[in-house]
Design a protein around this ligand. Structure first.
Ligand SMILES: Nc1nc2c(ncn2[C@@H]2O[C@H](COP(=O)(O)OP(=O)(O)OP(=O)(O)O)[C@@H](O)[C@H]2O)c(=O)[nH]1
Ligand SMILES: [Mg+2]
Length: 200
């Protein structure tokens, strides 16, 4: 798979606002500021998703239609204390509904900062995805922030801590590391969904 034509489709909070077309969704999740929107722009090679230095930028579920075949979905981040509680609860509810109930959701790319490793909130999300029987992969972001040796050590640590079959993929939008492998992972999630009957 290559990503050539991408169009922003819509920003949704509730289920009624999601796109109507029956294409698989691959969603990108993670803490605020982990680099979700940056990673999507890097995949698109176009700045379609809004990025910010401060956390809490993305506040809706944003759908991008890729080559009229699948949606890549930018999710609001979690773990950002400064947004008011009412807002946070509203997203939490809508996000939980989306992750649990959306039949077109083929899988989730769970981003974790390579320097920090998984946090308590990340683990809560993994738990929710396991309970919902969702396919997901863990991807470490900002690989450029660590030396090669330290990066490899962090990958091994995360593998061990989460009991993964192999070390997670590490990516960097700065150096370009991991782009092809990430596209492959997205492709396999969508392919598995189609193979399993496409949400029907
Ligand atoms: N060094 C480095 N910085 C990165 C990388 N990816 C993202 N960043 C920076 O991290 C910050 C947050 O990026 P965003 O893409 O807005 O993060 P987000 O996860 O979408 O954040 P929310 O929308 O608030 O949940 C920005 O300052 C980015 O430039 C990377 O691979 N390397
Ligand atoms: Mg964002």
């Amino acid at each position: 798979m290559e990503i050539s034509n991408v169009v922003f489709s819509c920003a949704a909070l509730g289920a009624a606002e999601r796109p109507k077309e029956w294409f698989p969704h691959v969603a990108v999740s993670g803490r605020s500021n982990v680099g979700k929107s940056s990673l999507l722009n890097w995949l698109f090679r176009r700045p379609l998703a809004k990025v910010a230095k401060a956390p809490g930028k993305t506040r809706t579920i944003n759908f991008f239609l890729v080559d009229t075949a699948l949606y890549l979905v930018d999710l609001p981040g979690y773990g950002y204390a400064k947004v008011n509680r009412q807002m946070r609860e509203a997203w939490g509810r809508e996000l939980t509904k989306y992750l649990n109930d959306e039949p077109r959701l083929a899988g989730v790319i769970c981003l974790v900062d390579i320097r920090r490793g998984p946090t308590e909130l990340d683990r809560e999300l993994f738990e929710m995805l396991i309970n919902a029987e969702r396919d997901f992969v863990i991807v470490l972001t900002k690989a450029d922030k660590l030396s090669r040796g330290k990066g490899a050590a962090q990958r091994a640590r995360v593998q061990r801590e989460l009991g993964l079959g192999k070390p997670p993929l590490a990516v960097s939008v700065r150096t370009g590391e991991g782009r092809r492998e990430l596209i492959q992972q997205i492709d396999s999630l969508a392919a598995a969904w189609r193979h399993q009957g496409g949400g029907n």
